[in-house]
Design a protein around this ligand. Structure first.
Ligand SMILES: [Fe+2]
Ligand SMILES: [Fe+2]
Length: 279
């Protein structure tokens, strides 16, 4: 698989723009895929600079219903006129984040979902999207989910309730020599997501787990959303599942990435806008 990072919180080239969020372009088995768009149309400008043709994308996937992953959907549909978008049921829900005493809307632009309703392929159970490309949901939670999830809520009537994250999809791309597990924010817990892929496809080696692991608790203070011990356990959990490479960024945060690096060494790679690799 060829991976091009269209948008991430940081950047590695001066001609690209970084934004809080994630968007990846993937090529596998003769198909080109878009995994998330980031929060706006930045992914389009970066794609042009990186020589990626978004109008030719064959299949689009949304990890979950947060603006930093799906805020660019309108821009995508305007440029790519035919490709379906695989999106978890409930991704268009009223998603909020609690920041200090305020509730901030962090969901998708519902007018975009309505305007392009014919492009939506709503996913509510394990589904094969194309040969070798699957979406998994729900994911069993045998390991702890990120603590930062407690700040992420669903509006219900006049109040707010915890988000069960049933709108989050785990994407699995299988190739001849193994599979790659893609997580947007990893709200279901990256170890749980990789374990779900192993359970769905027993015996298939995990070439890489890619995405954000949501280990920032308070985004303003950039506090850790897990204890260092829990982060080390997460790293060992991924090793135990046979993850050959861990490629992370976005909401994993610098502090947690440093701890993961101590545990994983060369097995860990850090995403940035413009990061390109073959898996
Ligand atoms: Fe995110
Ligand atoms: Fe998220």
């Amino acid at each position: 698989m060829h991976l091009v990072t269209l948008v991430e919180d940081t950047k590695g080239r001066s001609d690209l723009r970084n934004r809080f969020g994630l968007s990846l372009y993937l090529q596998t088995g003769g198909k080109s895929l878009l995994f998330d768009t980031g929060q706006d149309d930045t992914f389009l400008a970066n794609a042009r600079a990186l020589g990626v043709d978004i109008s030719g994308v064959d299949l689009a996937m949304l990890s979950h219903g947060h603006y930093d992953h799906g805020g660019g959907l309108g821009a995508f549909f305007a440029v790519n006129r035919a490709t379906p978008l695989f999106i978890g049921k409930g991704a268009g829900g009223p998603h909020y984040a609690k920041v200090l005493w305020m509730h901030k809307y962090i969901g998708l632009d519902r007018s975009v979902l309505e305007r392009y309703g014919d492009r939506m392929k709503w996913v509510e159970k394990d589904t094969e999207l194309a040969p070798g490309i699957d979406a998994l949901t729900p994911v069993k939670r045998t390991m702890p989910i990120p603590r930062g999830n407690r700040r992420i809520l669903l509006k219900a009537g006049d109040g707010y309730v915890p988000d069960p994250f049933t709108h989050e999809l785990t994407f699995v791309v299988r190739e001849g020599d193994g599979m790659v597990v893609l997580a947007g924010c990893g709200h279901s817990g990256i170890v749980n997501m990789v374990a779900a892929a192993k359970e769905r496809f027993p015996g298939v080696p995990v070439k890489a787990a890619v995405g954000g692991f949501h280990l920032i608790d308070n985004p303003l203070l950039k506090t850790l959303g897990a204890t260092p011990g829990e982060i080390r356990d997460m790293a060992q959990g991924l090793v135990h599942l046979g993850c050959q490479r861990v490629i992370t960024g976005h909401c994993t945060g610098k502090k947690a990435t440093g701890i993961l690096k101590e545990e994983l060494g060369d097995r860990l790679e850090v995403l940035h806008t413009g990061y390109i690799t073959d898996i």
